[in-house]
Design a protein around this ligand. Structure first.
Ligand SMILES: NC(=O)N[C@@H](CC(=O)O)C(=O)O
Length: 428
């Protein structure tokens, strides 16, 4: 069995320690550990985190392999420090049967860059009409625990209620894309001052907030668990805060881009900024950061949404919605949360590994950095400063809003069950 000694890293940003990996497992954590027979990784000044877990990734396979595949997407994930990703169901065919989720799960295992945990669709074909085979997907080899029609809202209250009732039986969770469809017909960007000036169809905050309000009440009524995808407004934060104070079993995520970018960027008419939910205002950004810091928002999830050049490089109205995010997420969180003093590295470990693994019940991920645990680990150099160049991405798509921006931090090593998937910042 191969041995690796990570020497002198700040574990979760705290004490400087050595971590000895033996085979797939962390053998020892301490100071002055022997390097005998081990490959040494010098980690002076670096932060050691549990491998990151993304609860919201679009891998596009099957069906849109021109934008991403399980292989390219998991290579992008490993580059970004992830050891597990949850793959959204809006593929072609939709991941609404045991067959499709098993296929995606197996591809992840075969490629070996990052574990892939498929998310099952809530409704057949994401059409919102008929519940998909939730039980069969759960009982399959993929062991699906998270269900979502992401990209579309489960807007029928009865279907949502039934889904919540169904997943309760096996401790699953429904992850809602909160977007009232009638209030967002033809919407192109956040509804506000900028949309009025640009004459683009507005996407009101209330379209998100009304669905969240309804769904936390449904979750309370049914006694089930609901997760809210990509929260984007200050009002949504208030509703989730209220729900949690009532003891409702709700969790929520925020994307890196909603922690940094605002709708002012849409003035450029550059479709790279077109995303669902849309970029909001400075006030929303600040409320989201604060909510992530105080735990009202549980996790950061990337909503990595790769699109090929031809779907993005066109006029605003015709462009696809979405941004890639796996390879920049940790840097954006470092900039917006750590360097602002809102969150320390232990907090980052919680919001990007422990909590998402807990919500999605990802086995072997989001575990403490201690002896006997699976060696799923990420090593970060926080002093690094670099300009984002999409040509460096492992993702098949390049639709990043950060091109040319300087961002802090770099993932130097990622370990999946003791095997290095990233070494010195490069895919192994
Ligand atoms: N987040 C996005 O802007 N796009 C997502 C789906 C969606 O949520 O619309 C995609 O699959 O491309």
């Amino acid at each position: 069995m191969s041995k690796i000694l990570i020497r002198g890293a700040k574990v979760l940003g705290g004490d400087v320690q050595d971590v000895l990996i033996n085979g797939e497992t962390i053998a020892e954590v301490g100071t002055g550990l022997s390097a005998e027979g081990a490959t040494v990784v010098e980690a002076d000044g670096q932060i050691l985190l549990p491998g990151l877990v993304d609860l919201h990734t679009h891998l596009r396979e099957p069906g849109r392999e021109d934008s991403e595949t399980v292989l390219t997407g998991t290579r992008a994930a490993a580059s970004g420090g992830y050891t597990a990703v949850f793959a959204m169901a809006n593929t072609h065919p939709v991941a609404d049967t045991a067959g499709v989720v098993e296929q995606v799960y197996r591809l992840g295992r075969e490629h070996g860059y990052c574990d892939v945990q498929p998310i099952g669709a809530v409704t057949v074909g994401l059409e919102g009409k008929k519940l998909a085979e939730l039980g069969a997907m759960h009982d399959s080899a993929a062991g699906v625990t998270v269900f979502s029609d992401d990209g579309k809202c489960v807007d029928d209250a009865v279907i949502m209620r039934r889904a919540l009732e169904y997943v309760k039986a096996f401790g699953g969770v429904v992850a809602q894309h909160a977007q009232e469809p009638r209030l967002t017909e033809g919407a192109q960007m956040n509804e506000g001052v900028v949309s009025a000036e640009l004459g683009l169809g507005g996407w009101p905050a209330v379209a998100e907030e009304s669905i969240i309000a309804r769904d936390v009440l449904l979750a309370e009524h049914v006694g089930s668990r609901v997760h809210i995808c990509h929260l984007s407004t200050a009002g949504s934060v208030e509703i989730v805060r209220w729900a949690k104070s009532r003891g409702i079993d709700v969790t929520a995520e925020v994307t890196p881009h909603h922690l940094l970018l605002t709708d002012e960027l849409v003035r450029s008419y550059d479709p790279v900024y077109k995303v669902n939910p849309p970029l909001r205002t400075e006030k929303d950004v600040l409320a989201l950061r604060e909510a992530l810091a105080d735990g009202t928002i549980d996790i950061v999830a990337t909503d990595h949404a790769p699109h090929p050049h031809e779907d993005k490089d066109c006029e605003w109205a015709a462009a696809a919605m979405g941004m890639v995010g796996l390879e920049t997420a940790l840097s954006v969180v470092q900039q917006t949360m750590v360097e602002t003093g809102l969150l320390d590295w232990a907090g980052v470990a919680d919001r990007m590994s422990f909590a998402p693994a807990r919500i999605g019940r990802a086995k072997g991920h989001g575990r403490p950095v201690s002896a006997g645990e699976p060696a799923n680990l990420t090593l970060v150099d926080p002093a690094y400063r670099g300009v984002v160049d999409p040509a460096d991405f492992a993702s098949r798509s390049r639709n990043t809003p950060y091109e040319g921006r300087e961002l802090p931090g770099r993932v130097t090593h990622t370990f999946l069950r003791g095997r290095a998937t990233v070494v010195d910042g490069k895919l192994a």
